[in-house]
Design a protein around this ligand. Structure first.
Ligand code: ATP
Length: 482
């Protein structure tokens, strides 16, 4: 017999006389089912049931690939889908393992991920990180008959090669900083001397966030060029470099769910890249986010859409790339207007931790529709709440830091608060321990940014591990503006 969450039943309901009538009934039946099953996800991850969901059967067995806070948010969002799919992760982390079975398969071991997906009869794989995407994990899964969220290798090049992206931006006249490409030191140094400082030197390939040097002096830029082209810093990724004019302004980003020429714009989230308060110290993977980011006003968003998003999606399609996944566009809001800093081809981390809980439309339905080429059938609804994520790192990150420290979390969390595990593991005694530089993301939602931040910071204060460190000013810029 079909259960309330079963795709078959959804279609019957839809066919039988109007989703408008069925929707409240369906939601009511689901709530009874959830209560009976004793598994209510936190309210913040509970999207209402929307019409597209009723019309589109969703996959029932899902694999989330990756091991960070982003993947924890993806797992939670899938678990909270009204259809209650079975969700597994590979490799996952200590927090994901408390909610979904985790399999010790590395995200970039393509053959092993495909084998796992086959063995577990996975109907949909969601690939979190950029490295497996750039290696062609989606291509491999699709070739094995398993639909997957994320671009294929050709689309992932938009993140994996800064030169490829710069050439695309230039070809389609999408606003970006002037830049030149070099493989030899001497012409690179000659070019450098013709440009103003600061100047930006970028390794072409992926370098885990370390391949971009914003050089304040010519000498600093020269040594970055030499390190990459002569010294082998970043290996293959640094064999070609981009030398780019420095842009000035406030940095922001926009996440699009793309399916060919269709796309939906997700709520804007603002990251905090530097390790220290007031944007001091070295760049990190991200020390905290909040959403909505009001620096991007509706007028500015319309301009970004007109000048950046639509031209980018069209340019990618015009290059023959059938992009189905997340396009995360890094932007500098300059005095001349928004300009593209970079494309990423996956969800941001920690942006995902604040974006997904704000969606009133089921994130699983969004991703699945993009993969199926049916994104135009979806209407994106966003909750009015504010969301914040404070990254709790191990002191020393992004440099050297300790791992293996026991973590104690508060036994009770404030309302609408959750913990995104990033660098955590369960040790042999099932004790939660630190296992990375960014350890946890403390996430909260509320009707105001102030309340959301207070809730998250109260958890940061209450949790314990030996080298706990976090920024105290996540969201402060927006709060000060208000
Ligand atoms: P990696 O490839 O090593 O992972 P990344 O993808 O993080 O690096 P980018 O996002 O291109 O690289 O650059 C990192 C940061 O450098 C940006 O967030 C921005 O702060 C700064 N940056 C990059 N390009 C420019 C520029 N042209 N002008 C000013 N700042 C820049």
């Amino acid at each position: 017999m079909a259960g309330f969450g079963d795709p078959a039943l959804q279609i019957q309901l839809n066919d039988r006389g109007g989703a408008e009538v069925c929707q409240p009934l369906f939601a009511f039946l689901l709530s009874i089912r959830q209560a009976c099953a004793g598994r209510r996800e936190p309210l913040i991850f509970e999207p209402p049931v929307f019409l597209p969901l009723l019309a589109m059967p969703l996959p029932a067995r899902i694999l989330v690939v990756g091991s960070g806070g982003r993947e924890h948010a993806l797992v939670k969002a899938c678990l909270a889908s009204p259809t209650h799919p079975r969700v597994i992760a590979a490799p996952g982390n200590g927090g994901i393992a408390l909610e979904a079975p985790c399999f010790p398969v590395l995200a970039d071991d393509l053959a092993a991920i495909v084998a796992l997906a086959k063995r577990e009869q996975i109907e949909y794989a969601i690939v979190g990180p950029e490295v497996p995407l750039s290696l062609g994990l989606v291509d491999a899964l699709v070739a094995a008959g398993i639909p997957a969220y994320g671009p294929k290798r050709d689309g992932a090049r938009l993140e994996a090669s800064k030169i490829f992206t710069k050439q695309l931006l230039q070809k389609y006249r999408i606003p970006t900083a002037p830049a030149a490409i070099f493989t030899e030191v001497v012409p690179a140094l000659n070019y450098l001397r013709t440009r103003p400082v600061p100047i930006v030197v970028k390794a072409d390939g992926l370098a885990a966030g370390k391949g971009v040097i914003v050089a304040q002096t010519v000498a600093e830029a020269e040594s970055a060029v030499r390190d990459m082209l002569e010294g082998g810093l970043f290996g293959e990724s640094g064999r070609r470099v981009l030398i780019e004019d420095c842009l000035f302004g406030e940095e922001t980003s926009v996440h699009l769910i793309v399916s060919g020429r269709d796309y939906l714009t997700l709520p804007i989230a603002q990251d905090h890249k530097r390790v220290g308060d007031n944007d001091t110290g070295p760049n990190t993977g991200g020390m905290g986010t909040y959403s909505p980011a009001e620096v991007v006003t509706p007028d500015l968003l319309a301009r970004i859409d007109r000048e950046i998003c639509r031209p980018s999606v069209d340019a990618i399609a015009a290059e023959g790339i059938d992009f189905r996944g997340t396009l995360f566009i890094g932007l500098m809001l300059t005095a001349e207007g928004p300009q593209v800093l970079e494309y990423n081809t996956r969800f941001g981390d920690p942006e995902t931790q604040v974006i997904l809980p704000r969606l009133a439309t089921d994130p699983l339905a969004l991703m699945w529709a993009a993969t199926q080429g049916r994104l135009h059938e979806i209407k994106l609804d966003v909750k009015p709440d504010y969301a914040v994520c404070i990254v709790v790192a191990a002191r020393g990150y992004p440099g050297h830091y300790h791992k293996g420290e026991p973590i104690t979390l508060p036994s009770v969390l404030p309302p609408e608060t959750w913990v995104a595990h990033a660098g955590t593991a369960l040790d042999s005694r099932h004790q939660l321990v630190s296992a990375g530089g960014r350890v946890l993301g403390i996430c909260a939602s509320a009707r105001s940014l102030r309340v959301a931040a207070d809730r998250a910071y109260s958890v940061c204060a209450g949790l314990q591990f030996a080298s706990k460190y976090f920024r105290r000013d996540i969201g402060a810029r927006q709060l000060n503006r208000q």
